[in-house]
Design a protein. Structure first.
Length: 184
């Protein structure tokens, strides 16, 4: 894979903090070590995200929210931002550990619509007057940082994922996402 210049949101987790989380004594980390073997190494990875402004109405109020959808296949969790990150919140870097956008615009918008409706319905779908969402793509593509922890032994390696912006360990869906990228 070639080095590429990307713009990424500044991570909220350092390499040392990620190592600490992946090798902690908590139940989740213990489970991973028992299931997959010891932590072998970690790496940073960067996923491209597209930004969308979404408008909808709920009981006499109009809401506008800014969401970011992964531009690879739309399977990762949405990010919500109060505004598009400014230059102080971004880093420019060269890295090999970045994924390439693969989604087409219309399927991306359809995935976003489904995910946003799920979020709105969780807030009380009965308040939604109708399921009309106005979606406008912003002319921004930023990469979001993740830490990947590689566990294994005896020829089998498993990947555990930490969202480096929200400071949380992701689930099986994110692990499968990155394992697929690494084996492609």
């Amino acid at each position: 894979m070639k080095m590429a210049a990307i713009r990424t949101v500044r991570p909220n987790v350092t390499r040392a903090e990620a190592v600490g989380e992946f090798s902690s004594r908590g139940i989740s980390s213990l489970y991973w070590r028992m299931r997959s073997g010891p932590l072998q190494r970690i790496a940073d990875a960067y996923v491209p995200f597209w930004f969308y402004r979404v408008r909808y109405e709920m009981i006499k109020a109009t809401y506008t929210r800014l969401f970011a959808l992964d531009a690879v296949d739309g399977s990762l969790d949405l990010f919500e931002f109060p505004r598009i990150p400014d230059e102080q919140q971004l880093l420019a870097m060269e890295t090999r550990n970045h994924l390439k956008p693969a989604l087409l615009p219309q399927p991306a918008e359809n995935l976003l619509r489904e995910k946003v409706l799920r979020i709105v319905f969780q807030q009380g779908f009965f308040k939604l007057r109708d399921a009309r969402l106005e979606i406008m793509r912003e002319p921004v593509e930023l990469h979001l940082p993740y830490w990947l922890g590689f566990y294994g032994g005896a020829g089998i390696v498993r990947c555990r994922v930490m969202d480096a912006v929200r400071r949380r360990i992701e689930g099986a869906k994110a692990s499968a996402f990155f394992e697929e990228w690494l084996t492609a």
